[in-house]
Design a binder for this molecule. Structure first.
Ligand code: AMP
Length: 453
């Protein structure tokens, strides 16, 4: 007998939540939702890792709201649930999903973001909201000014916990943990990557005998994202490749990641000169300006967003079908977050990374992190001279050994980006066996064998 596909009804969630899910058009839970929701409903603390775009926000919101709707508050004055997110953009997005689930439920909600008016937030807090979404710094400010008490908190939820720690929020998380001291508090830690020593330490302090749920390793190949890597010689070459990609790829909206804030501005101006609708987004901008740009992009008013890692996490923009790494991120796991801005909720997307001499170390880190042999694609007529940097040990070796080489080497100028990178000559094939050619121009990728390079 064919197995029935799982349905949100199976969890026994409050009917108001089922109705809200109906409005959103969701009936089948994603994998992380199937695994996490029963654990949270059973009252356990949870440490969960799940790939970006996998539906983790609802995986914590649904069981958390169920608890709030079904049980009496521990305190009339204090918030019942607090959700912390590392960036203002991500917090706003979580808040959006929270709002659609709670409208008409009788639960009051509030959003407390750094960079926004403190007095407006005080007013919102005076209404004793049941659920608060906040960035940790601002929440800690409210604790300091005693505009908020957390003794009655029933649910503490950390979204992108590893990122909060990377951003230096450990003291604020500790302060919030100390302030939310009810013995019946349930704590959930979610992230795309929980493989993080500091996050493990934090979990050991904050969570009580947590259950662990992992869906897809952070470095597992993302099935819905076609990834390609192109070698480049210098900035002008990168720009020429970028222009070619934007002119030839099939995409609705694209995000272009650069290493520096100045570069976001420069590239945005360059693209605007070429008649593209492009906007820069970076951390030097005021919060109002960031909001305006994100809203315009989310509404499709700009086709291109040029940004730094500020926008690499959490943002859920379903129209983004192309991500270009104009520069590679310094940290390999950031690569996974950046490309996760596309291929959301089962849609397919493409991620193209430009690898120049300055990106080489970052490229090797990504290759190690993904445990994959990455071969290079090339754009016909825009191939460069740079072929990668040989590892020092290999230099001393016999000639021609272990030299990184792009796909298509041996026939320069003849590897169009949308054709398979000549498999018979690809580095990946030489080292990992046959059958790696792809038909989408994507660099063939393979999980490395243990003990490999
Ligand atoms: P998240 O990983 O929480 O950022 O979610 C990624 C996207 O998946 C968002 O657009 C959600 O609205 C969407 N989503 C979450 N759960 C489901 C579901 N069960 N069915 C379809 N889409 C979903």
């Amino acid at each position: 007998m064919a197995q029935q596909s799982p349905h949100f009804n199976d969890f026994g969630l409050d009917s108001r939540l089922i109705r809200a899910l109906g409005h959103l058009g969701f009936d089948t839970p994603t994998e992380i939702q199937q695994k996490a929701i029963p654990v949270v409903l059973a009252g356990h603390d949870l440490m969960a890792s799940s790939q970006t775009g996998s539906g983790k926000t609802l995986a914590f919101l649904l069981p958390a709201l169920h608890r709030l709707l079904k049980t009496r508050a521990l305190s009339k004055r204090d918030p019942r649930a607090l959700i912390l997110a590392p960036t203002r953009e991500l917090a706003k997005q979580v808040f959006g999903q929270l709002r659609s689930l709670t409208s008409g439920s009788g639960l009051d909600i509030a959003l407390l973001l750094g960079g926004e008016n403190f007095n407006d937030q005080l007013k919102a807090l005076r209404k004793s909201p049941d659920v608060i979404v906040a960035t940790p710094g601002r929440l800690a400010n409210h604790l300091d000014s005693r505009s908020l008490m957390l003794n009655g908190l029933e649910l503490l939820i950390l979204d992108e916990a590893d990122r909060m720690l990377d951003l230096g929020f450990a003291p604020q998380l500790e302060q919030i943990h100390q302030a939310a001291d009810h013995r019946r508090r349930q704590t959930l830690m979610f992230s795309a990557t929980l493989d993080h020593a500091e996050a493990d330490d934090m979990a050991a302090r904050l969570l009580k005998t947590p259950k662990r749920v992992a869906v897809g390793a952070a470095n597992a190949e993302h099935q819905d994202i076609a990834q390609r890597f192109l070698l480049c010689d210098h900035l002008d070459h990168k720009q020429a490749q970028l222009m070619h990609l934007l002119g030839h790829e099939d995409y609705q909206q694209a995000i272009i990641f650069t290493a520096t804030r100045a570069d976001t501005e420069r590239l945005a101006a360059l693209l605007q000169e070429q008649g593209q609708t492009a906007a820069a987004l970076h951390g030097d901008m005021s919060q109002a300006e960031r909001n305006r740009i994100m809203d315009a992009f989310a509404r499709g008013q700009q086709r291109l967003l040029i940004t730094t890692d500020l926008a690499s996490r959490g943002l859920d923009l379903l129209q983004v079908s192309l991500v270009v790494n104009f520069d590679l991120p310094k940290q390999a796991e950031e690569y996974v977050h950046r490309i996760g801005r596309t291929g959301r909720a089962g849609a397919s997307g493409a991620a193209v990374s430009l690898v120049g001499p300055k990106d080489w170390d970052a490229f090797k880190r990504i290759e190690r992190f993904l445990q994959q042999d990455i071969a290079f694609a090339a754009i016909e007529g825009l191939e460069g001279k740079f072929k990668g940097i040989r590892p020092r040990a290999a230099k001393a070796d016999a000639k021609g050994k272990a030299k990184p080489r792009p796909a298509g080497k041996g026939k320069p100028g003849h590897t169009p980006v949308n054709k398979p990178a000549k498999p018979a000559h690809s580095r990946a094939e030489r080292f990992s066996g046959p059958g790696l050619g792809t038909d989408d121009g994507m660099a063939p990728m393979r999980r490395k064998k243990p003990g490999g390079e």
